[in-house]
Design a protein around this ligand. Structure first.
Ligand code: RIB
Length: 294
């Protein structure tokens, strides 16, 4: 069984600000960090740090070479990352004193993935392998259909949640990772309790496993009639960027290692609690020894 993360790689430009800028306002940053991110790359890093062999496919420009190098240092096989003569994806992140963030994305290479590149990447995988997706790259429909044709399992995190999601063959997805907003949007529901959103998601996607993360309220799991819940560990928050990606990578890694759902939820909650206590996205993700130590 092989794991392929087909997803975004971003250069995260993090500005610490007193408050997040309002329309028409200019705010001064108190400090600035350039770091490694992108939902795809973060999830690949989390899987690798959790001890799983993982392949990454995506697209970067010359400015993003350090992202591939960092992933390799964690043990990710980056053979599927294509180079092109444009810019790597960029994320401008404002982070305020209360650790709230606002992110502006430029897709760069993430939005320039072609159907031929999808076929080339998927040709290395076969039945039973897992493809891990988010909503930050082009050609997602091709990837989902191509993966299913090959008998692969599909994990999908519909983030960022936008109009493109409605065009995707979501019935092909085996495991969803959503937060409350994404979950409610997927089933066209007004904001409700996490357990109510979860029930509706399970009804709409009866063949899939659903994991709904609810911030300080922990994480909810549903599949058929089975339900489980994981609690977060309360830690001082430095930066929440990448917390969801850490959760996804650790949950998948724990399940692929054969752990039951409740144990996988506990490990993923612990890993994301550690990640939020540190600055940055990819670099804040803990290694397995910090998480699987009880
Ligand atoms: O999920 C966090 C990520 O979202 C950041 O690293 C940023 O690059 C954006 O893609």
């Amino acid at each position: 069984m092989k794991i392929l993360v087909f997803g975004s790689l971003n250069i995260d430009l993090i500005f610490m600000v007193d408050h997040i800028a309002s329309p028409g306002e200019t705010v001064s940053g108190n400090s600035f960090i350039k770091s490694a991110g992108g939902k795809g790359a973060n999830q690949a890093a989390a899987l690798a740090k959790a001890g799983m062999p993982v392949y990454m496919a995506g697209k970067i420009g010359r400015d993003g070479e350090f992202l591939a190098e960092l992933l390799e240092s964690y043990g990710v096989n980056t053979g599927g990352i294509v180079r092109y003569e444009g810019a790597t994806g960029q994320a401008i992140i404002q982070l305020d004193h209360s650790r709230q963030n606002a992110i502006v994305l430029y897709s760069g290479g993430n939005g320039a993935i072609s159907a031929d590149e999808v076929t080339a990447a998927l040709n290395e995988f076969s039945a039973g392998d897992l493809v891990v997706l988010q909503n930050e790259i082009s050609c997602l429909r091709d990837i989902m259909e191509g993966a299913k044709k090959r008998g692969m399992r599909i994990s999908f995190n519909p983030s960022p949640c936008n109009e493109k999601i409605a065009e995707l063959p979501l019935e092909l997805v085996d495991i969803f990772f959503v937060n409350e907003i994404e979950g409610a949007a997927l089933v066209s529901m007004p904001p409700r309790l996490p357990s109510e959103i979860l029930d509706r998601l399970v009804e709409c996607f009866p063949l899939a496993e659903i994991i709904l993360t609810a911030g300080k309220d922990g994480a909810y799991y549903g599949c058929g009639t089975y339900r489980a819940k994981g609690d977060i560990i309360d830690t001082p928050v430095a930066d929440t960027t990448g917390a969801g990606d850490t959760f996804t990578g650790y949950f998948l890694a724990a399940r692929e290692k054969g752990m039951p759902v409740t144990q996988a939820l506990a490990a993923a909650c612990k890993a994301s609690s550690i990640a939020v206590s540190r600055m940055g996205a990819m670099e804040s993700i803990p290694f397995a020894a910090e998480v699987f130590c009880d």
